[in-house]
Design a protein around this ligand. Structure first.
Ligand SMILES: Cc1cc2nc3c(=O)[nH]c(=O)nc-3n(C[C@H](O)[C@H](O)[C@H](O)COP(=O)(O)O)c2cc1C
Length: 332
């Protein structure tokens, strides 16, 4: 199997995994704005993948459309045997690689010794990585981690991770305790790159934390020597976060915003109408309806909808009234 991490041109720009947000529908929407080099799924529990009760939940997280390639399945847990078995499933589903979450700061996850709770535990992390490698018949394996649990231990942790057969290490430049608070420590990404270089390893280092868009990511790469950048919340503020158009932010007209929102609703209806509640869709409205006069008032109207029919009829009425305003302006 070709190693996707090796075949991508650097710098590599990646849409971050964001649970309950970056599902197949949202990823396909980002394809219509500007395609990142690589997608990750939301994090998926390996125990759930193997249990009858959990399987219907995790199936949604692993759903993807072939247009989303290259795409990496992100998994979490702490039982190597479950990683072995779930990696076989991931391979059969046609993913391009497996990413192991070693950074999630959710207290329930950390307490169980999973996600960020695995930082520093190189023995169990090694068993997990080897199990994933074997179970998947040597798919590319990567990890997404943080700088430490309570205190920053970048050099020590990265050095240990570099002893594993990993294609890439994505580092969210905060500790587990910091959650998402305070600015990301980008100087630590530089240190991680230096450790990698001094050990002459080929493992790619991807930096993550607070990058809003591509231009900012390019500056971070210049400062740190990282091979790529992962952007998460930046996409909430700008659905064109991965685009570079003459170094200027992409201007999005209100009509284009409505068109994107309508496309998202239609795709959500097609993919999830029978398996996710309508209310789940509302979190996306702010992403499209923002950045213009009257956006917050318009958003309130969208938030008041209860089903697909109401949102389509609201879109129709907004377009009708916007047209009247445009026509009036033309006649003045
Ligand atoms: C709503 C939300 C859900 C997230 N879910 C995941 C996840 O499933 N797996 C993961 O590795 N990180 C997850 N993260 C962390 C992001 O991938 C990323 O590391 C973090 O947001 C910092 O990057 P940013 O500043 O570009 O957003 C999540 C973050 C948010 C805001």
């Amino acid at each position: 199997m070709k190693n996707i991490w090796r075949s991508l041109q650097r710098p590599i720009f990646i849409l971050a995994p964001m649970d309950d947000v970056t599902d197949t529908v949202f990823r396909q929407m980002i394809l219509t704005t500007h395609k990142p080099d690589l997608f990750f799924t939301e994090f998926t529990n390996v125990d759930g993948m193997l249990s009858a009760e959990g399987n219907h939940i995790v199936k949604k997280k692993l759903k993807f459309d072939p247009v989303e390639h290259p795409i990496i399945a992100q998994v979490w847990g702490n039982n190597p045997d479950h990683f072995y078995k779930s990696s076989k499933i991931i391979k059969d589903l046609g993913f391009d690689g497996i990413d192991i979450n070693l950074g999630c700061p959710i207290p329930d996850v950390v307490k169980k010794g999973c996600g960020g709770g695995l930082i520093g535990n190189i023995k169990l992390s090694t068993e997990i990585v080897e199990a994933a490698l074997e179970g998947s018949h040597h798919m590319p394996i990567s990890v997404k981690t943080r700088l430490g649990i309570k205190k920053i231990e970048t050099e020590d942790w990265v050095q240990k991770l570099l002893s594993l057969p990993l294609s890439a290490i994505t580092i969210h430049a905060r500790t587990v305790s910091e959650m998402s608070k305070g600015p990301a420590h980008w100087d630590e990404i530089k240190k991680a790159v230096e450790v990698r270089n001094s050990l002459k390893k080929e493992t790619l280092i991807i930096g993550n934390g607070d990058v809003k868009k591509r231009e900012e990511g390019l500056l971070r790469i210049k400062e740190t020597g990282a091979d790529g950048i992962m952007i998460g919340r930046g996409i909430f503020h700008d659905v064109y976060a991965f685009a570079t158009i003459n170094n200027k932010p992409v201007e999005i007209s209100v009509e284009r915003r409505l068109e994107l929102l309508e496309r998202h609703v239609k795709l959500y209806q097609k993919v999830w109408a029978h398996s996710k509640p309508y209310a789940n869709l509302k979190k996306y409205f702010k992403i499209y309806i923002n950045g213009f006069d009257g956006a917050s008032l318009m958003r309130v109207k969208f938030m008041e909808t209860h089903n697909f029919e109401e949102v389509f009829s609201l879109l129709k009425s907004i377009r009708f009234h916007t047209q009247i305003i445009i026509d009036k302006k033309r006649t003045i």
